[in-house]
Ligand binder design. Structure first.
Ligand code: UFG
Length: 336
């Protein structure tokens, strides 16, 4: 029988790509999203990509009533929980909002899942739980810490899930620690589209390429890295989406919980990204080197071995794929 998966935050950047990947893998999927950080036209676009209506509930993961309605109206086999706030800087200004949405939202979902007899969940965590990792590439058993309210909510959520799994062995939980998601769907119909001035590197470069922003600020070129700029493990959102399908598959097949990194194990600098994007958009992009951004670390790279062992996951796409697909998405979106 086809299994049905609830995707909270399914209209967002990673959620929408995961919707497509789950459908392609033969799952039925229901979306819950409050559209606080997603456009409604994402749903129309998902219908174009998948060629079928998209079941969607507009509501909040903090609202038990809408969760109950979904679990009553659908036979849900498991959940992939994306719905969360994710801007590190904003989290330092409104920590309670982050704790409410990210931590209370998870608890609300878990309680409604338990009430409905659904015990399989994949959780969106982040490499941010490693804090300033001593070991890079970073394995999953590295010490965890936090240096922002956002990171605190991800660490607290992981710990809540661990307590829940330890107390009741019906739970099968997949904790996925994302490194730096980038890129867009090859159709150019869905991708990352932050309002205002982006915090993250790729969406910022995309806006420079579009002419919406004048130049990239390169936050420091005096790090102990090959070209002096920060190095990150960028992972194509299509690879990331596939990781969620493999996680759900593994929970179903084994009934065992897992915690894995989703990264490539390969690092790229800010200048690597800028040059790759220049190739993608066919123009030189202006930049200025500015002082380091507070809280940034020189290197952040996944050790991808456990994801390979436990899920059979290995990223397939590289930086040029990420930049080309981002440019395809962003230039089409502007013209559509
Ligand atoms: N950078 C610039 N200029 C910019 C933006 C970024 O030079 O305008 C640099 C940063 O200094 C860093 C690299 O580009 O070296 C990547 O920065 P991002 O902001 O894109 O990503 P981060 O690695 O800082 O943060 C990401 C997520 C966080 C998460 C963190 C650790 O955005 O949510 O990884 O997992 F907490």
């Amino acid at each position: 029988m086809t299994q049905k998966i609830l995707l909270t935050g399914g209209a967002g950047y990673i959620g929408s790509h995961t919707y497509v990947a789950l459908k392609a893998a033969g799952y039925d999927v229901v979306i819950l999203d409050n559209f606080s950080n997603a456009h409604h036209d994402v749903i129309d676009r998902l219908e174009v990509i998948t060629g079928a209506p998209v079941p969607v509930y507009e509501g909040d993961v903090l609202d038990p009533a809408i969760l109950r309605k979904i679990f009553t109206e659908h036979e849900i086999a498991g959940a992939v929980h994306f719905a969360a706030k994710k801007a590190v800087g904003e989290s330092t200004e409104i920590p309670l909002d982050y704790i409410e949405t990210n931590v209370s939202g998870l608890v609300t979902l878990l309680k409604e899942m338990r009430a409905a007899g659904v015990f399989r969940i994949v959780f969106s965590s982040s490499a941010t739980v490693y804090g300033e990792a001593d070991v890079v590439p970073t394995p999953e058993d590295s010490p965890r810490s936090y240096s922002s309210p956002y990171a605190f909510t991800k660490l607290a959520s992981e710990q809540i899930l661990e307590q829940v799994a330890a107390a009741d062995d019906r739970w099968a939980i997949g904790i996925l620690r994302y490194f730096n998601p980038a890129g867009a769907h090859p159709t150019g119909l869905i991708g990352e589209d932050p309002d205002g001035i982006p915090n993250n590197l790729m969406p910022y470069i995309a806006k420079v390429a579009m002419g919406d922003l004048e130049r990239l600020s390169v936050f420091g070129d005096d790090y102990p890295t090959p070209d002096g700029t920060g190095v990150r493990d960028y992972i194509h959102v299509e690879d990331l989406a596939r990781g969620h399908v493999l996680s759900i598959d593994a929970l179903t097949q084994t009934g065992d919980s897992h915690t894995v990194n989703l990264g490539t194990g390969q690092g790229y600098s800010v200048f690597d990204m800028l040059k790759s994007y220049e190739r993608a958009c066919g123009q030189d992009l202006a930049f200025t080197v500015t002082p380091r951004r507070a809280g940034d670390v020189p290197y952040y790279i996944a050790n991808p071995d456990k994801a390979k062992d436990v899920l059979g996951f290995a990223a397939e796409m590289g930086l040029d794929d990420m930049c080309a697909s981002s440019w395809n998405w962003i230039s089409r979106r502007k013209n559509s």
